[in-house]
Design a protein around this ligand. Structure first.
Ligand code: CA
Ligand code: CA
Ligand code: CA
Length: 179
């Protein structure tokens, strides 16, 4: 169980013990206003790792887990302004998990390509032109390449972006959502 504490800028990890009770929480410092989270094994060691949007720093913090519930923050990657969504998935098909961040104020996406060691390489931002408040990744057209679903806050549209399997995305549908 992982919770983001907005005040002290830490994450708390609550571990379930064998008898169903919770151990004392472990805390790890992260950037300001930790918000959206994504899980995956970034470095392929079999232990679950974490990425968290530090909304107050316009950054994504990457933490590596050691399998006992301990998390170690290794890097902070700058993204766009007011990041408001985070997903993990392999968008370029190299077998390593990548991170996709949607930025509400700069109206764009950032893709961070994982190299399988826990490090990520940022691609140039992808302009979206909408203030995105929600992001999901799924293969919508069943071509085995991850696509994206974005939700805009003020224009009430759902934007579907088709992934090309190389980490690039192009719009292929815009749907008016309920207001
Ligand atoms: Ca790991
Ligand atoms: Ca990848
Ligand atoms: Ca697809």
């Amino acid at each position: 169980m992982i919770s983001g504490n907005l005040g002290p800028h830490t994450l708390s990890v609550l571990l379930c013990q064998g008898n169903g009770t919770l151990r004392e929480p472990l805390t790890v410092p992260v950037g300001r206003f930790p918000h959206y989270r994504a899980f995956g094994d970034w470095n392929g060691d079999g232990h679950l790792d974490l990425a968290v949007v530090a909304a107050g720093d316009d950054a994504v913090d990457v933490l590596l887990g050691d399998g006992t519930g301990q998390l170690r923050k290794v890097t902070s990657y700058p993204v766009g302004t007011n990041p408001h969504g985070l997903e993990a998935g392999d968008v370029n098909g190299d077998g390593h998990l990548d991170l996709i961040v949607s930025n509400r104020s700069s109206r764009d996406l950032h893709v961070l390509f994982g190299d399988g060691t826990g490090a990520f390489v940022a691609a140039p931002p992808i302009p979206v032109g909408q203030d995105i408040i929600a992001l999901a990744a799924a293969d919508l057209d069943e071509d085995s390449r991850l696509d994206l679903v974005l939700v805009s806050a003020t224009s009430h549209v759902v934007i579907l972006l088709r992934g090309d399997g190389q980490g690039r995305f192009a719009p292929f549908a815009l749907q008016k959502a309920g207001e």
